[in-house]
Design a protein around this ligand. Structure first.
Ligand SMILES: NC(=O)c1ccc[n+]([C@@H]2O[C@H](COP(=O)([O-])OP(=O)(O)OC[C@H]3O[C@@H](n4cnc5c(N)ncnc54)[C@H](O)[C@@H]3O)[C@@H](O)[C@H]2O)c1
Length: 314
């Protein structure tokens, strides 16, 4: 079986590609390396450097594959507010290129990486798939538009599609960047031995899902008969205060925390209801955040890119 992973040099895509290779899939990766790293690409995959915005190239790499895992995207709310045109170009037009190519060749399944960012302000928890979708950023809008395009192509052209809405993903190959998530930011602080900054009182909760579980959701849903939209989280939540203490404890260090003003637009609580994914393709997240954080901290301490970056910035 042959799979294409767009965005396979990125954090989540590289973990999916690795798992597919372990399962004896032939893996092709399309990535423009705009936020991914060559170093992430697992050995044994066939790599094409290029953009999903290039429709002809997308047709070439889609040709002959049985499954498509579409992750290539301009990721993050802030990035999209800084550059909404680029965000829509990659996330919407790029997805249409993938769908057009899938339509002309035919695939067993297209798994699209969507985001809980499509929900916008959270009104009820746990969050089910039918929670109102009212995004707060151009990124949320583009992820929702691309999700809708996937579902429309399924209706019009019978392409089996799964859209997975990830909550806060963490794990190996996730590095600190200017648009980073809280876990890489706290890890960066721990490595530099400076206090972690918490905005607000730290009692806000988040659903952190291990990237291994996200890879599991991608592959299980691809191989199942399931189609449609699914939430992918850990179905557990922890406070940011607890996250900070856990990260100190697994790192056997104590850098402390400092509190800053609450950030406008930050949601108070988040928790995915994953029962639909559980029932449809036996999604079974580990939920052991401590073990996941321990593995993450061990990895980041030995990551050459992080080590180089910290040497430069010190
Ligand atoms: N990390 C999270 O918590 C999270 C949450 C919800 C959804 N997602 C979604 O998961 C997917 C992967 O995100 P990630 O966290 O691994 O981010 P990432 O930035 O590590 O991965 C994205 C990859 O896509 C590549 N890419 C970007 N633009 C491209 C283009 N035009 N053509 C080809 N490749 C391109 C990047 O180089 C990178 O390797 C994205 O679709 C994102 O929207 C992530």
């Amino acid at each position: 079986m042959k799979a294409l992973v767009t965005g396979g040099a990125g954090f989540i895509g590289s973990n999916i590609a690795k798992k597919l290779l372990e399962m004896d899939f032939e893996v092709r990766i399309l990535d423009d390396l705009s936020s991914g790293f060559k170093m992430n690409i697992p050995e044994g995959s066939e790599f094409t450097e290029g953009s999903v915005v290039d429709g002809e190239l997308v047709k070439e790499v889609v040709s002959g594959v049985d499954y498509i895992f579409h992750l290539a995207a301009s990721v993050g709310n802030k990035r999209s507010i800084d550059n909404p045109i680029y965000d829509a170009t990659v996330n919407v037009l790029g997805t249409l290129n993938v769908l057009e190519a899938a339509r002309s060749t035919g695939v067993n399944k297209l798994v699209y990486s969507s985001s809980a960012g499509i929900f916008g302000e959270l009104k009820t928890i746990p969050i089910k798939e039918d929670h109102p979708r009212d995004p707060d950023s151009p990124y949320g809008v583009s992820k929702l538009a691309a999700e809708k395009d996937c579902l429309v192509y399924m209706k019009l052209y019978d392409i089996p599609v799964v859209c997975l809405r990830y909550f806060n993903v963490f794990g190996v190959n996730q590095r600190f960047d200017a648009y980073g998530n809280v876990i890489p930011i706290f890890a960066d602080r721990i490595l530099k031995n400076i206090p972690m900054t918490i905005f607000g009182d730290g009692e806000q909760t988040r659903d952190f899902v291990n990237v291994k579980d996200v890879a599991q959701a991608n592959i299980k849903s691809a191989l199942s008969d399931a189609t449609g939209v699914f939430n992918v989280g850990s179905s557990t939540r922890i406070t940011i205060n607890n996250l900070a203490s856990l990260m100190e404890s697994v790192s056997e260090t104590s850098v402390g925390v400092e509190y800053g003003p609450e950030r406008p637009g930050d949601v108070r609580d988040s928790l995915a209801d994953v029962s639909k994914a559980q029932a449809s393709f036996d999604f079974n997240p580990s939920g052991d955040i401590e073990a996941g954080l321990s593995e993450y901290m061990n990895w980041i301490k030995s990551d050459p890119i992080t080590i180089r970056r910290n040497d430069l910035s010190n």
